[in-house]
Design a protein around this ligand. Structure first.
Ligand SMILES: CC(=O)N[C@H]1[C@@H](OP(=O)(O)OP(=O)(O)OC[C@H]2O[C@@H](n3ccc(=O)[nH]c3=O)[C@H](O)[C@@H]2O)O[C@H](CO)[C@@H](O)[C@@H]1O[C@H](C)C(=O)N[C@@H](C)C(=O)N[C@H](CCC(=O)O)C(=O)O
Ligand SMILES: Nc1ncnc2c1ncn2[C@@H]1O[C@H](COP(=O)(O)OP(=O)(O)OP(=O)(O)O)[C@@H](O)[C@H]1O
Ligand SMILES: N[C@H](CCC[C@H](N)C(=O)O)C(=O)O
Ligand SMILES: [Mg+2]
Length: 487
């Protein structure tokens, strides 16, 4: 595509070098640059992207969008703007020709449940037409799966992925929209058909500073939608957001258990291996639903999905038929099968609220002891650590405190923060720094009928220690230890 077209609507301070350039690709990371690409240089939190101009040149970059003065090469093009991060979404929109308007984009935001809701929705919609996916567990472009470093990637990555989805004949794309992405303008210039709100509890205050900012970031998704906003009104923040967006032209739909909503679940029954409730919907719809998944939060996630499918004009009975067949999501309350009569679950709960929810659900069906293995990630919000310690101890017969992606922090220092929330007079907790040893201890001490929850890492197949990524998969580790009991 001609450079001129890519620069449409961009406020340029200075353009130097050839103007009539053909651009083959758009990149924000020098490591991915190919011959003929344009590199957008971002002065980031860790490094200054302008530093990589020389290496991008060596790889064949022909143009650079910059915000600082750099050493120039006469044969190449430099476009200086005020803030590169702020123009990136317009560059992406121009280069990929407004991809979000050519697909039915559904965004899911909230503290917990984004991956679950976006994945369930993709599973259901894909039964009729192709659906792409962007979220924590990866990107699906209609043909291939890719790993994804962020829950919601950089804007160029998003628009490039949606463009691929369109080329691969996807009608829909479901995507998780994190609060970081909303605050950092990673989703600007995208049009969402539907926006879904799951819930809001304290998280990421290291980044947003105040809860109000955090809520506002989440709320901004609902001003980017064209067809519908779907809100969980059992959540107090959902009700606040609803009040704020009620006057918008875009219609809103609600879901919940405790309040009268567009879709409401009544008489919820939680079991070890299933969940049952009565679904109430528009036009006096009422039907009993049995889910092949466990936990009260699963009911909320399914209500959000039901509501979105309804907005997409699917027959409610058909939605329920499909929901009843869902099996869950990778690393979300996933059972590790074994023949020891110990119930081992791997779950991605890595926030106080998620841990509280998952343990509360387990409590409702636990017949014997609950053993919880968990830790807290390094270089992330410290405030959550003591809260998670308190919650794990409160609901568990044994809480095993261990490591979860210490990143650049000292594992023992993270554990110290968790221990602040632990009542030392009780003897129902131990510290085992090595995660594999912690899982081993849980399995070795478990007796028939006990439940082990291994929380925090879910689908992750790595540990980040001192910035290095080391192979580690809770499910595989647990399975290996369980199998070794037979030897
Ligand atoms: C604070 C934050 O959000 N940082 C994100 C941001 O990094 P940054 O702009 O500061 O990047 P940087 O590493 O300083 O590099 C600057 C520039 O140089 C480029 N570069 C870098 C190295 C190189 O060799 N060549 C090169 O060109 C980089 O691509 C970048 O364009 O842009 C990067 C690329 O898009 C993101 O990967 C990175 O997310 C980091 C990894 C991160 O941890 N983010 C978390 C806080 C986050 O965003 N989390 C939310 C979800 C959280 C949740 O819901 O639980 C998410 O959406 O993932
Ligand atoms: N609706 C919900 N409410 C509360 N907790 C939930 C809900 N859905 C899932 N959980 C719990 O939170 C964990 C994370 O779920 P999920 O991955 O769907 O959330 P997420 O919002 O995508 O998280 P992330 O911000 O890390 O991407 C699950 O493993 C489960 O324990
Ligand atoms: N999207 C979240 C995931 C946290 C997962 C947990 N295992 C951890 O490393 O803290 C983050 O990067 O903050
Ligand atoms: Mg997620």
């Amino acid at each position: 595509m001609k450079l001129e077209y890519i620069l449409k609507d961009i406020e340029i301070i200075l353009l130097s070098g050839p103007e009539d350039v053909e651009i083959k690709g758009l990149e924000y990371d020098s490591r991915n640059v190919k011959e003929g690409d344009l590199l957008v240089c971002i002065n980031g939190a860790n490094v200054n992207g302008h530093k990589f101009i020389e290496s991008a040149k060596a790889k064949g970059a022909v143009a650079f969008v910059i915000e600082e003065d750099v050493q120039k090469d006469d044969k190449l093009t430099y476009i200086k703007v005020k803030n590169t991060n702020e123009v990136i979404s317009t560059l992406g929109r121009n280069f990929y020709e407004n991809p979000s308007e050519k697909i039915e984009l559904i965004g899911v935001t909230g503290t917990n449940g984004k991956t679950s809701v976006a994945s369930f929705l993709k599973d259901i919609l894909s039964q009729d037409e192709k659906c792409g996916f962007i979220g924590t567990i990866g990107i699906f472009d209609g043909k291939n799966d890719y790993l994804n470093k962020n829950t919601t990637p950089n804007n160029i990555e998003i628009q490039k992925s949606i463009d691929k989805m369109i080329k691969n004949n996807c009608r829909y794309c479901t995507m998780e929209v994190s609060s970081h992405a909303l605050a950092l303008k990673r989703v600007e210039n995208l049009k969402y058909k539907i926006g879904i709100f799951t819930n809001l509890t304290e998280d990421h205050l290291d980044f947003h500073k105040t809860f109000e900012n955090y809520r506002k970031a989440k709320e901004s998704l609902f001003y980017m939608t064209t067809s519908a906003n779907i809100i969980n009104i059992d959540d107090v923040n959902g009700r606040i957001i609803l009040d704020n967006i009620k006057t918008l032209k875009v219609p809103y739909y609600t879901y919940g258990i405790n309040y009268d909503a567009t879709f409401r679940a009544k008489d919820v029954e939680l079991y070890e291996d299933k969940t049952v409730f009565s679904l109430l919907g528009p036009n006096d719809f009422e039907r009993k639903v049995t889910l092949d998944m466990v936990g009260q939060f699963t009911v909320y996630n399914c209500l959000a999905v039901i509501c979105a499918c309804y907005v997409l004009n699917m027959d409610v009975n058909e939605i329920v038929n499909r929901i009843s067949k869902l099996k869950g999501v990778n690393g979300r309350f996933e059972k590790v099968e074994n023949d020891k009569s110990i119930h081992v679950f791997v779950d991605y709960a890595h926030t106080p609220d998620a841990l509280d929810n998952v343990l509360k659900s387990i409590k409702t069906f636990a017949r014997r002891r609950i053993i919880t293995v968990f830790g807290c990630g390094g270089n992330r919000e410290k405030e959550k650590r003591h809260l998670m310690g308190k919650i794990a101890q409160e609901y568990s017969d044994l809480a095993i405190i261990t490591s979860d992606n210490p990143r650049y922090e000292e594992p023992n220092e993270i554990i110290k923060d968790i221990l602040v929330g632990i009542n030392k007079e009780k003897e129902n907790y131990i510290v085992i720094v090595d995660r594999k040893d912690a899982i081993k201890e849980a399995i070795y001490t478990a007796k028939e009928g006990d439940i082990i929850l291994i929380a925090g890492k879910g689908h992750e197949n790595y540990q980040i220690i001192k910035g290095e990524i080391v192979e580690f998969d809770d499910k595989l580790v647990a399975k290996e230890i369980l199998d070794s009991l037979n030897e």
